[in-house]
Design a protein around this ligand. Structure first.
Ligand code: GLC
Length: 580
């Protein structure tokens, strides 16, 4: 069961990186110059689109590029600056596009290269930048490189992947996140050898030690950057470098596999080379999924003077949400710790959800009808008022919730289905497993976007690839457009607030009433401007002691229409003050 939880939890994690632009310095109120230069990707709100579930234009039940094009004005209206698009390249879809069979083509279900060009143009016309997923820890086993590689031991592509010849004996164990048996080595009788796959058997790991492979990757990056895209989110990047002597790890290593697999040497040499060959030639951003095991690892990835990446995202905050709840003090500690580690150097990303996790409001808020809107707005307030680049997941602006499938047949996520099979094979506690995935499975975050109250929430005229959440009759964009107090309109106010207050991007962060178990309160200050943010993370009346007199302060935004009491907060109350 521990392994189950590990695999499920892995998805309850992830983060980001991107690249550069104009430069000028910004000052803190304490008059120390912030070392962080101004950059577009620091000031951007990044909105993530899961294309498979966003909008279907042709009735095949799968979202597509033309669907996104049809919604460009909606996206513009959100006030976001950049879109991170999950993989749209050719793929047999073992892992919904994270298994790429052709890096220079568009997945048939999603459309054509012409559609892509039109999408990019439409975004740029609206001042929205495009960040694409770069999945190069592994490819699909249906990629031509792998087909060649497995065909013979002497094939020129053999060294594009990691092979272990069987006459050397069985390779030392490696943990696979997605495999039914958690075994990352798959025996292939064709050449009597094992290949390595940290994810599924259909996702063989690429061999970054091979300079030819690295050159191929840089060429692929340039292919897309030359089309004018604005950056890459680098999938599972902390795993690309491997100790190819494959030493034996101590028993139980899989419980802490990132310690063994993450940020192995010479990852920084690869990144420096990638920077020189690719990133240095473009004004784009880069964000890595995974920030290693320590602040030192994270700094080594993102500090500007190292010329590697712009940002990374760590998993520890998203990991704390559990079916039984989570500690608000712990959440505050994690965000505060990361903020202070990057206050002077490097840059952070801030997020609570993405395509690898269940819905933000169901995990960190409260999706009961009386609290869903309030808690969703409160969490959005948090994301939009912290230092760092916020990554905001599509549908969260509506307060979309977990679907909580009862039957395994309704789940589509390959690792979840594999883990279900694994649990059956080992006689695991299936009832417990089903409960775990109702809360944490990433399919909860992948149900179709709820556009309106028409058939299938307006997502498709066909049969959706995954069921639509039945609550679309009440939770949908069309209804929220008409309601000034909706989550959607509140999110628009938040993006505006962030744009109008640079202190929310760069300003010094100071936590208040640290040990308060219910309320998260902090100030953000810069150039003489001071904002106070107070967030009640609980469904009860909660007390906070900030020591700040707000009698003369201006309320910039609140999720309650009637002003409250600044020390006694109503359920999930969120208030942003400008202090005088
Ligand atoms: C990353 C992606 C996830 C994918 C995995 C394998 O964690 O975010 O969706 O399944 O990599 O590519």
């Amino acid at each position: 069961m521990k392994r189950t939880i590990l695999s499920v939890i892995y998805f309850l994690v992830i983060v980001a990186v991107i690249t550069s632009c104009n430069s000028s310095n910004t000052k803190n109120t304490d008059n120390s110059t912030v070392v962080n230069d101004r950059k577009w990707w620091k000031e951007a709100v990044v909105y993530q689109i899961y294309p498979r579930s966003f909008k279907d234009s042709d009735g095949d039940g799968v979202g597509d590029l033309k669907g996104i094009i049809a919604k460009l004005d909606y996206l513009k209206s959100l006030g976001i600056d950049a879109i991170w698009l999950n993989p749209i390249y050719s793929s047999p879809n073992d892992d919904n596009g994270y298994d790429i069979s052709d890096y220079r083509n568009i997945m048939k279900e999603f459309g054509t290269m012409e559609d892509f060009n039109a999408l990019l143009k439409g975004m740029h016309e609206r001042g929205i930048k495009l960040v694409m997923d770069l999945v190069v820890n592994h490819s699909s086993d249906e990629h031509e490189w792998f087909k060649q590689s497995r065909s013979s031991r002497t094939n020129p592509y053999r060294n594009y992947y990691h092979w272990w010849n069987a006459e050397k004996g069985t390779p030392s164990p490696r943990y696979s996140l997605f495999d039914i048996n958690h075994d990352a080595w798959k025996y292939d009788s064709l050449t009597n050898a094992y290949y390595l796959h940290y994810f599924s058997r259909k996702q063989p790991d690429l061999n970054w030690e091979n300079p030819k492979l690295r050159t191929e990757v840089y060429d692929i990056m340039k292919f897309w950057l030359d089309k004018g895209i604005d950056g890459f989110r680098m999938d599972a990047f902390q795993f690309v470098a491997k100790d190819t002597t494959f030493p034996i790890f101590p028993l139980g290593y899989e419980k802490d596999f990132i310690k063994y697999y993450g940020m192995v040497n010479p990852i920084h040499d690869y990144l420096k080379e990638m920077h020189k060959e690719v990133f240095s030639k473009y004004d784009v951003m880069s964000v890595a999924e995974g920030a290693g095991n320590s602040f030192e690892d994270a700094h080594n990835l993102v500090d500007a003077d190292r010329n590697e990446l712009n940002m990374a995202y760590a998993f520890d905050a998203v990991d704390i949400a559990k079916p039984e709840g989570y500690s608000v003090v712990k959440l505050k500690e994690i965000f505060t710790k990361w903020d202070s580690a990057f206050a002077q150097k490097g840059w952070l990303s801030v997020y609570l959800a993405n395509h690898d996790q269940a819905r933000m409001v169901s995990r960190f808020g409260n999706d009961a009808p009386e609290f869903r809107e309030l808690s969703s707005k409160m969490l959005s307030t948090f994301l939009m008022t912290m230092r760092g680049t916020p990554y905001y997941y599509n549908g969260d602006e509506l307060g979309m919730t977990n679907i909580r499938f009862e039957n395994i047949e309704d789940y589509k996520d390959m690792p979840t289905l594999n883990e279900y099979q694994h649990q059956k094979n080992i006689g695991g506690d299936i009832k417990h497993f089903m409960e775990t995935i109702k809360f944490g499975c990433r399919d909860n975050g992948r149900t179709p976007f709820q556009w309106d109250s028409s058939f299938n929430a307006g997502f498709t005229t066909g049969t959706p690839w995954i069921k639509v959440n039945p609550n679309y009759n009440t939770i949908n964009a069309a209804a929220q457009e008409k309601d000034n107090n909706s989550c959607l309109n509140y999110f628009r106010q938040l993006t505006r607030l962030r744009k109008e207050n640079l202190a929310l991007v760069y300003g010094k962060y100071t936590i208040l009433d640290k040990s308060n178990t219910d309320v998260y309160a902090y100030t953000r200050e810069m150039d003489g401007k001071k904002l106070l943010v107070i967030l009640n993370f609980k469904s009860t009346l909660s007390t906070v002691t900030t020591g700040i007199d707000v009698s003369k302060a201006k309320v910039l935004l609140s999720n309650y229409s009637v002003p409250g009491n600044n020390t006694k907060l109503r359920p999930y109350e969120a208030v942003v003050y400008e202090l005088q």
